[in-house]
Design a protein around this ligand. Structure first.
Ligand code: ADP
Ligand code: ZN
Length: 609
């Protein structure tokens, strides 16, 4: 999309750039202060959740200060998207990596040396080449931005050895301010970033890690596919999203089944050929309404702002993993949903994965603790968001009002007697049978297995007819999660733990969560992105989306590079008829007005009659 930059030297205050280049009116959160820090030539360390608006923190000072801003990013795949989005906004941006042809690289280098570049994206290994460092020494630089700064942490999942050498920037370019950015919340990583990158004098900006636009919902599996389908049909028609499954086989099956149900679903896992993975990722970014069904192999490096939902068909193995995966929804700040479906089988399966893993006893103990924290989050009856943030040492004073437990407070019941019946039935059957058999005995089944082991003769046979088998499974799961029961061995036999004693002695009561009513919620929620549109607005909304898609295809960029959903919604509510009015819509800057304005105005005028 190379065309002359509309950004000019006469327009150089951060506020001007915010309005004219990016089309926004106000800075968000700490952005203004971060930018002031860099404008004053000081270093900054910025911790902000995904979607918090980190990019503007370095893009704006890079434009406002003389010289070119150098952005160090570990993900080559993302650079192209970021550079395209900047170019669409009229910024002179480029990237240098192994995919750039020699001639093109020469042009970029020459532009850099002639002061004709505003932002240059580099992978760390490229930056650290003596040749590149020499080139940068000869150029005028406005700042260094070190994105995904947690990659310096050797304890994290994304460790990159090259990042450790980035402290050389401080020595070689003492007068160029540096900004390090990450969405990783924990304190230890923050300290590590500051030390390893030599950011001792940097100002720290730590934001809340809450993602208020994400609605967290955790539900027990009943019929997982039906639950997913209902969710997609009722709330997510035409939206892009990610469905996570634990195994490759389940990824494939689920994707195929979703296609049969009329959705566009693409599988993604490490077992697929690289070309197929790249193609599926490309379609997810470029087309609208594509669902990717994936193992956790999918996600890192997916910078798509309009992912409207993340659904987990299996339990994530830690709260950290859950938060990171759900965090891929709603980067654009628009309403999004994180749906997790979990069941007893997940608890058993993950428990066994931990036990059979290679690691040391200590490692297993930690993994078990992580899994238990995740299960705890599933079973709580209070606000999910408060519990999530507390896990990351952040206190949310009030329940959030935007999670399932806030929206539909779960019913609990006194399960003390049921628990006692279950525990004694486990004990009487010898602590080696799985849940299904124990429940058969409780419910008085006379099936072959029950008779073969003489369990129809036990005092606990038939004492549990008041609950359905499904309700009993709920009791078993919750007692396992709370540590009263353990699941062991190949046959997943249930066993009592020490924690049972006070309960069996009648010294303790247990409150359990009621199963949700079988009857599905009939009301259809509108798709999240269209949430605050009236039905009368929908034709215009769809026409604007079609216009965006056509322009995106013409320019070979993803639709969100043209305009974000929030901007289209702004058009629907303001109904601008002139260029000036269109410029007033958030997200419309000078360059985008120039390039796309007339096409959208034509659509808007069609609808004004
Ligand atoms: P991060 O890198 O922290 O995940 P981004 O920089 O991608 O977040 O920003 C997230 C979204 O918020 C983008 O759609 C961006 O355009 C938008 N945004 C950022 N700052 C502002 C602002 N001041 N006003 C309006 N929208 C903003
Ligand atoms: Zn809540």
């Amino acid at each position: 999309m190379g065309s002359p930059a509309v950004y000019s030297a006469t327009m150089n205050s951060p506020q001007d750039i915010l309005e004219h280049v990016f089309g926004y009116t106000q800075f968000r959160g700490p952005q203004a202060e971060v930018i002031d820090t860099l404008m004053a030539g000081r270093d900054a360390l910025v911790l902000m959740p995904t979607g918090g608006g980190k990019s503007l923190c370095y893009q704006i000072p890079a434009l406002a200060r003389p010289g070119c801003g150098v952005v160090i990013s570990p993900l080559i795949a993302l650079m192209q998207d970021q550079v395209e989005a900047l170019q669409a906004a009229g910024v002179r941006a480029a990237f240098l990596n192994s995919s750039v042809a020699f001639d093109e690289a020469q042009d970029i280098e020459s532009a850099l040396l002639h002061g004709e570049l505003d932002l240059l994206y580099l992978a760390p290994e490229r930056l650290l080449q003596p040749r590149t460092l020499g080139l940068l020494q000869r150029a005028q630089l406005s700042l260094f931005a070190i994105d995904e700064a947690h990659c310096v942490s050797q304890w994290g999942h994304d460790f990159r050895a090259d990042y450790l050498q980035l402290n050389c920037l401080h020595e070689q370019f003492p007068n160029v301010p540096r900004i390090a950015l990450t969405a990783t919340a924990d304190q230890r990583t923050r300290a590590e970033i500051a030390t390893r990158l030599d950011l001792g004098d940097a100002r720290h900006f730590v934001s809340s890690f809450d993602r208020p636009n994400i609605q967290y919902r955790i539900a027990q599996k009943d019929n997982a596919r039906r639950q997913l389908l209902q969710f997609l049909q009722a709330e997510q028609q035409g939206n892009a999203g990610i469905v996570y499954c634990l195994s490759r086989a389940k990824v494939e099956n689920t994707a195929e089944w979703l296609n049969q149900q009329g959705f566009t679903a693409l599988p993604y896992h490490a077992g697929l050929p690289a070309a197929t993975r790249a193609e599926h990722q490309r379609r997810f970014l470029r087309e609208e309404g594509v669902i990717v069904v994936a193992t956790i192999a999918f996600g890192m490096g997916i910078d798509k702002p309009d992912v409207r939902f993340v659904a987990h068909m299996d339990l994530p193995k830690s709260v950290e993993a859950y938060y990171q995966e759900t965090g891929r929804a709603g980067r654009d700040g628009e309403p999004s949903t994180a749906l997790l479906l979990y069941g007893f089988e997940d608890v058993v399966k993950l428990g066994q994965m931990v036990e059979s893993s290679e690691g040391s006893e200590e490692h297993k103990r930690q993994e078990r603790a992580r899994l238990n924290a995740m299960l705890g989050l599933c079973e709580i009856t209070s606000c999910r968001r408060q519990a999530l943030l507390r896990y990351f040492a952040e206190e949310l004073p009030e329940p959030c009002g935007n999670c399932d437990t806030c929206l539909e407070p779960p019913q609990t019941w006194d399960a003390t007697e049921a628990a006692a019946k279950l525990l004694s039935c486990v004990y009487r059957t010898g602590q080696r049978f799985g849940a299904a058999h124990v429940i058969d005995v409780l419910r008085g089944s006379e099936n072959e297995k029950v008779r073969k082991f003489g369990h129809d003769q036990l005092s606990t046979h038939g004492i549990g007819t008041e609950l359905s088998a499904n309700e009993w499974r709920g009791v078993v799961r919750q007692l396992v999660v709370r540590g009263y029961l353990e699941v062991e061995g190949e046959f997943q036999g249930l066993r009592l733990t020490e924690a049972c004693r006070p309960l069996l002695r009648g010294e303790e009561t247990v409150q359990l969560r009621k199963l949700p009513p079988k009857a599905a919620r009939a009301e259809t929620r509108r798709s999240a992105a269209a949430a605050d549109l009236t039905p009368a607005d929908e034709p215009l909304w769809n026409a604007l989306r079609a216009c965006r898609k056509q322009l995106a295809d013409e320019h070979g960029v993803p639709p969100y590079v043209v305009f974000h959903d929030a901007t289209l919604r702004g058009m629907v509510s303001a109904r601008p008829q002139t260029r000036e009015e269109l410029l007033g819509v958030s997200g419309v800057g000078d360059s985008k007005l120039e390039r796309f304005g007339d096409a959208f105005l034509a659509v808007l005028r069609d609808f004004s009659e």
